[in-house]
Design a binder for this molecule. Sequence first.
Ligand code: 3PG
Length: 400
Amino acid sequence: VGDLTGADLKGKKVFVRVDLNVPLDDNQKITDDTRVRAAIPTIKYLIDNGAKVILSSHLGRPKGVTPKFSLAPLVPRLSELLGIQIVKADDCIGPEVEKLVTALPDGGVLLLENVRFYKEEEKNEPEFAKKLASIADLYVNDAFGTAHRAHASTEGVTKFLKPSVAGFLLQKELDYLVGAVSSPKRPFAAIVGGSKVSSKIGVIESLLEKCDILLLGGGMIFTFYKAQGLSVGSSLVEEDKLSLATSLLEKAKAKGVSLLLPTDVVIADKFAPDANSKIVPASAIPDGWMGLDIGPDSIKIFNEALETTKTVIWNGPMGVFEFDKFAEGTVAVAKKLAELSGKDVTTIIGGGDSVAAVEKVGVADVMSHISTGGGASLELLEGKELPGVVALDEATPVPV
Ligand code: 3PG
């Protein structure tokens, strides 16, 4: 996709769709500013090149105008990170917004109010998209986390505002989640976890086409065990996915992919942080017990398998890492990837819970790439096209 490089931005009004959908606590304080920080390089570039920057985002899933979903809490953090005081509009379209845009100096930043306060946003209504487009000369999509939504501010707007190009964050996400994954330095290992095989089928199938090694963890492994005829006690199992699990194992074999399932598991007598726990071989889960993490032998085997790799992508935790007692498998993977990053291995954290895990371990900064997407990362890894990306101009540079 086209990007900002080469565009003459001086004095241009640039509509930038960012994903500032961050978690807020009860006092409207940001509890994780990863997405805010990730949005900064594009905004800084625009400021430094004398553009008038108009930021648009959604926050949450409001039904109409809802004060608790206002983007107001984002203003202090954005201003701090950018080193300038940004201006906030109380709406995202209309006369007030137009006035604020007109008053914006070169290098100034205006944050529009939550674009989802209008139902037309999610409906991708052309009239609404046209209104969004009417205030700017150029469209930049840097909202990777929302690129899987065909909404007015991510897709519709591109029909009324040309050029439409990618911001640096969106570009980086595509470079890693599509580029590095499609033509990886080999050996290429994929680590897929999470509780349900049903939500990761597409990702596993797609990665099986590309990777040399596939390590599976998380709640989904019990469906694979059961498919192989093992007893799984009261572990999570998707009964309707047993034959699918078998076919994935067969597919891996046919493709020559080394698929490793954990050889031992940490089991618990209930789903709780203070449950009694013990480590057992995968083939010896007693009745009444459930597997909540991968065991130490598995960690050792996984680490050895990862040792030889040149590219690793990780999506989904190895166990219930929200409970400290069952976090070791996930923590071990995070630490191993951090170590590999230091040895010139490309390490990609493919969004969602695995990002929370590397952050919990404090190794986020050393990874080659941490995706800011949840659903968007999954869809991209499944090999799907994202509407917010497809809508952008193909060519670079951007004469405006
Ligand atoms: C996300 O957090 O995944 C994105 O911001 C998209 O949000 P949505 O799932 O509400 O569309």
